[in-house]
Design a protein around this ligand. Structure first.
Ligand SMILES: [Zn+2]
Ligand SMILES: [Zn+2]
Length: 102
């Protein structure tokens, strides 16, 4: 019941095929809009999106404030909110290694 359809990518202007299989997949997912972009552009956008938007909830190791960091917080690894990160970097000497232990 589905037939391959030729669509033109909104981003790069290339023609791409909206295959019968994809149409079926879209229908199953309840998506009514046809894809506007070719698979390559779609993937590129998705990647970009993920890169720029993915943030993880974390608690600042210094002040305990809720914050978000662009990497997955690892237990034991210190995470700082924007303010603390800034103040630490302002105070810190060039050498970031911890002070000598007593
Ligand atoms: Zn494209
Ligand atoms: Zn903080």
């Amino acid at each position: 019941m589905y037939e391959d359809e030729k669509l033109v990518c909104e981003d790069c202007g290339k023609e791409f095929t909206f295959t019968a299989g994809e149409q079926e997949f879209y229908a199953e997912k309840g998506l009514v809009n046809k894809p506007k972009r070719c698979p390559e552009c779609r993937q590129a956008r998705r990647k970009q999106h993920r890169k720029s938007r993915r943030m993880y909830d974390a608690v600042c190791s210094k002040c305990g404030a809720q914050t978000q960091v662009p990497f997955k917080p690892v237990p034991g690894r210190e995470v700082y909110c924007k303010d603390c990160f800034k103040s630490i970097n302002d105070d810190a000497p060039q050498d970031s290694s911890p002070a000598d232990e007593e």
